[in-house]
Design a protein around this ligand. Structure first.
Ligand code: SF4
Length: 417
């Protein structure tokens, strides 16, 4: 398209300016122009997804019809990501862009993004401009089942994105009682409002896994807890994975365990449970920032201890089966990318969650970096990861698993997933 045929308009998104090209001339557009406009507006899916995570999103009552019955609703197993409270209102957990990108739904009634429904098609708008059509994700059948009279299966395990079965075996973190919690974390306020059970019986976890796998939607599991005494945590995980293996009928379980930082002999014990991958929530790469943002955690696991443990874990689990997990947006680009490079050279994959300030966390009310910043950083990270040739590990965690991470999407953009 000739430059003279378009004009660009700028939308200011909390400090970032996004230019979308729209055909010039009359505002009344024909079908062809509408098609061109839609393609141009959705051409940068990474930046669009980052904007949806940073700005949040709203949806009309009509668009939300069927959420909680036909479509998968939020059931917060650990953290809540909405930018405001929403008691008594069922919201989608996540949704799909036209190319299959999964985006977490983060409610913000002041967001410029909204979802409306027109002739049964969900349409994403930025202000008055139609960006693209979207889809809520189908509600898993097992969400309707009960374990006993008092407990529903969805209170025990939930599906992240389209295919990751998530269990939080304990919603507890000792750092809150000492006022040393990570500044971005809202575990305590989320657990007060969530109907998800705080502690789950291992046999029940196995039963939920069995039904979820039979349904044919689950490809991996993600297992995590808050933070508790390591001996009790390792033995809890041993029992849980044994129960999953028994109910699902597999010797090794595709998926990831994300415990309190696993050290020494515990790493081998986690491997011996039969889980295929392990993650380390380093949160922030820059050491001084890590100590400031995660004061309690930094006292129990230093940056150096993380690296020593990760090195051991790669020897035991194998390259590509160890993850460094980060909260992206709270440290400069260069330090984060240093971390990506170092870990990639060690044979580690990266999961960077896109930070926006959650209610209930100590950083509530702050602002996240712009969507443009996130898109730039993640594409540079994808270049580093690609050059490092670490096995992708997609049998354990993939772009369909969660909607709050952009790295899988950036690798998919390069044709690597
Ligand atoms: S270690 Fe930090 S992020 Fe994890 S549960 Fe505790 S406060 Fe939250």
């Amino acid at each position: 398209m000739l430059l003279s045929n378009v004009f660009s308009f700028a939308k200011v998104f909390r400090g970032s300016i996004v230019f979308w090209s729209v055909p010039s001339g009359r505002y009344s557009l024909g079908n062809k122009e509408r098609k061109i406009m839609k393609e141009e507006m959705t051409s940068d899916t990474i930046e669009l997804k980052a904007a949806l995570l940073v700005e949040g999103i709203n949806a009309t009552k009509e668009a939300l019809a069927g959420v909680g019955t036909k479509y998968k609703e939020q059931n917060h197993g650990l953290f809540g990501w909405d930018m405001e409270e929403h008691a008594d209102c069922k919201l989608p957990d996540d949704f799909l862009l036209p190319d299959g990108t999964v985006v977490q739904f983060r409610l913000n009634s002041s967001s410029p993004f909204s979802v409306l429904i027109n002739k049964e098609i969900l349409r994403l708008y930025h202000g008055d401009n139609h960006i693209c059509d979207v889809q809520w994700i189908k509600r898993p059948e097992f969400y309707n089942h009960k374990i006993d009279d008092n407990k529903k299966m969805v209170q025990i395990g939930q599906v992240g994105g389209e295919d990751c079965l998530f269990f939080c075996y304990q919603n507890y973190c000792s750092h809150f009682s000492s006022g040393q919690e990570c500044l971005f974390c809202n575990l305590v306020s989320t657990s007060k409002t969530s109907a998800v059970l705080k502690k789950k019986d291992t046999e029940m976890i196995g039963e939920v896994s069995s039904l979820a796998w039979e349904e044919g939607i689950v490809n991996h599991i993600l297992l995590t807890g808050g933070c508790f005494a390591h001996e009790s945590e390792v033995s809890t995980v041993e029992k849980i994975i044994a129960s999953i293996k028994k109910h699902v009928g597999k010797d090794r379980i595709p998926g990831t365990i994300l415990p309190s930082p696993a050290k020494g002999d515990d790493i081998k014990r986690y491997y011996n449970t039969g889980i295929q991958a392990i993650g380390y929530s380093m949160e922030i790469w820059d050491e001084a920032l890590y100590q400031a943002i995660c004061p309690g955690k930094a006292k129990t696991t230093s940056h150096t201890q993380f690296l020593q443990s990760i090195e051991s874990a790669v020897h035991i689990f194998g390259e590509g089966n160890v993850y460094g997990v980060f909260v992206l947006g709270l440290e400069p680009k260069d330090t984060f990318l240093d971390g990506v490079e170092t870990l990639t050279n060690m044979g580690v994959n990266i999961v960077p969650f896109i930070w926006s300030p959650n209610p209930g966390s100590r950083l509530a009310g702050h602002r996240a970096p712009s969507s443009k910043w996130y898109a730039e950083v993640i594409r540079e990270a994808a270049n580093i990861v690609t050059a490092g040739e670490v096995p992708s590990g997609t049998e354990n965690h993939c772009y369909r698993c969660d909607g709050n991470n952009l790295l899988h999407d950036a690798l998919r953009e390069k044709g690597l997933e």
